[in-house]
Ligand binder design. Structure first.
Ligand SMILES: *[C@@H]1O[C@H](CO)[C@@H](O)[C@H](O)[C@H]1NC(C)=O
Ligand SMILES: *[C@@H]1O[C@H](CO)[C@@H](O)[C@H](O)[C@H]1NC(C)=O
Ligand SMILES: *[C@@H]1O[C@H](CO)[C@@H](O)[C@H](O)[C@H]1NC(C)=O
Length: 508
């Protein structure tokens, strides 16, 4: 082990250990089972007495260690734990899993093995029992003698220390999965193996997210195994570190031109696009939200670095963030960072009071420039200040000239920014990114810009309102004069997005 112990400290530890061993002899058989006396590292010895508290959750016993309060009862408690049925069952589960891996050549008696985040050390004991003596565990909390404590993101091991690293249900629960994966890769020898047990990664999308965390490794196999509890299933994923690669913790250049398989699978399950132009779009499109197949309802979104929701053309907080995203979007218990992009000043004050929402008080555009926007209104609506304040007024770029004889009061100067570039600075493909876009026709400028810059690949799921010369509710047989584009052009936009692997939904 690379645990740096200064000679003096090591001596003291040894002295303590001797004392403890005298006390512990009756239970010593536990430590040596299967270890064959091969435990040379400090991990195999008892260290200073700890006060241990035990609890049993489900069938998996775990142990909590409280430092300081030395208690003579700890070896007894340890024996109680280690002789409990739950402990035994869990160790047996891992023994059997590791034996299979050993038979397949991923593990051998000579392997230097590490279990990361290994609770009270079932996995470590299992490794020793099947004849891998050089096995250790590291966890945030100590559980001696099998597991030492350490910062999982800065493990006390040199590069290329281990032949085999194991973790179970850890990476997907980590607040920093990218850093954790990089640290696991770092301590692994080139051509060493990582075995991951997880309840996630059961679909192609989730497996892809996991693999993206290990850019220096290749997938050997992923398959389902029986979990430790009756009728539970786990995924067992084996990765191998590529020979001689330095770990690239950065973002790999994203392959955007080919639609990857995990995205294709999602797209084949998505709701179909509405092919026929709706005669009553105000009903059809609004109803369509019920048909939407949300990405998190089709795939596991674990293994992502951050979870980000960007509302482009957010308007008031309640119009979609509060009423839809917060309440209806399935989040798999993840906390999303929220960005509201809204240029209309009428809405800005409200966002100042909203915690956890980042307001960008600009208009999403294709470059950074000051734009003159036209606040426009429903044609049959009287222009008045009140409706502006309530958000009936909407903004769209208007080349800056005086349009259709509108009053100059309706022309506002607004800062437009390059949304595609901003997206590339703000998120990466390791993040889970949901975008809602309702930008009054500017989608016909911004979507091509997203393609041109490659930023489109950063979006996992897009809810897009496409603005066209729709049939109007007020006036049968009349199309809206507000927009020039046709439904066919909208359909082309949606189709091109889906063909490029973007899960886009028709928003109203
Ligand atoms: C260990 O690996 C990390 C990550 O790949 C690298 O940045 C660092 O330079 C390496 N350290 C040594 C001593 O080789
Ligand atoms: C979310 O958390 C709740 C309570 O912690 C839990 O009951 C539920 O199963 C979790 N849902 C998912 C999808 O993980
Ligand atoms: C454009 O504006 C955005 C948002 O204000 C800013 O982050 C970015 O640095 C600007 N880019 C350029 C090239 O000025």
């Amino acid at each position: 082990m690379e645990l740096a112990a200064k000679p003096a400290r090591r001596f003291l530890t040894r002295l303590l250990i001797l004392g403890v061993i005298a006390f512990v002899v009756p239970f010593a058989y536990i430590v040596t089972i299967g270890g064959g006396g091969g435990c040379t590292g400090e991990f195999c010895l008892f260290s200073s007495p700890e006060s241990l508290t035990f609890s049993t959750g489900g069938s998996a016993a775990f142990v909590r260690v409280t430092d300081g309060a030395a208690s003579a009862s700890s070896p007894i408690a340890l024996r109680e734990l280690w002789t409990s049925r739950d402990w035994r069952k869990t160790v047996d589960f891992y023994s059997s899993a590791f034996q299979t891996l050993a038979a397949e050549g991923f593990l051998s008696p000579a392997s230097k093995a590490l279990c990361v985040g290994s609770g009270s050390g079932h996995e470590v004991l299992a490794l020793k029992e099947i004849g891998v003596p050089d096995a250790a565990g590291i966890s945030r909390t100590r559980a001696p003698p099998l597991v030492s404590s350490g910062n999982l993101y800065r493990q006390p091991f040199k590069n290329g220390t281990f032949d085999f690293v194991f973790s179970t249900n850890l990476i997907e629960q980590s607040p920093r999965p990218v850093d954790l994966a990089a640290e696991i890769s770092r301590t692994l020898k080139p051509e060493g193996f990582i075995a991951v047990h997880t309840a996630s990664a059961g679909d192609a999308y989730s497996l892809r997210s996991l693999l993206d965390l290990f850019p220096s490794c290749r997938l050997i196999r992923a398959h389902e195994i029986d979990g430790p509890l009756p009728s539970t299933k786990l995924r067992e994923i084996i990765l191998q570190k590529l020979p001689g690669t330095e770990i690239d913790n950065g973002d790999s250049p994203y392959e955007c031109s080919v639609v990857p398989d995990h995205k294709l699978r999602i797209l084949t399950s998505a709701e179909p696009l509405i092919q026929e132009e709706p005669l009553k779009p105000w009903i059809t499109l609004k109803k369509n939200i019920k048909n939407v197949k949300y990405l998190p309802s089709m795939a596991d979104i674990s293994f992502k670095r951050r979870y980000v929701y960007i509302d482009v053309g957010a308007r008031s907080y309640g119009s979609s963030i509060g009423s839809w995203f917060k309440k209806q979007y399935p989040k798999q218990n993840r906390t999303f960072e929220i960005y509201a992009i809204e240029a209309d000043r009428a809405f800005h004050e409200e966002y100042a009071k909203k915690k956890g929402v980042n307001l960008l008080p600009y208009a999403a555009w294709v470059r950074n420039e000051t734009l003159t926007f036209q606040v426009n209104h429903e044609p049959d609506q009287k222009v008045d200040e009140k409706s502006l304040g309530r958000g009936m007024g909407r903004i769209r770029p208007s080349a800056g000239d005086s349009v259709n004889g509108l009053l100059s009061d309706d022309l506002h100067s607004i800062h437009g920014f390059d949304f595609a570039e901003w997206l590339k600075i703000t998120v990466s493909e390791k993040d889970f990114v949901v975008v809602k876009m309702d930008i009054e026709g500017t989608e016909f400028d911004i979507v091509p810009r997203l393609f041109e810059t490659g930023a489109i690949c950063l979006i996992d799921e897009l809810f897009l309102e496409c603005h066209y010369n729709r049939w109007q509710r007020c006036c049968p047989g009349e199309r809206s004069p507000k927009y020039k584009n046709t439904y066919g052009q909208c359909l082309d936009l949606f189709s091109s997005l889906r063909e490029s692997g973007v899960l886009v939904h028709q928003w109203w």
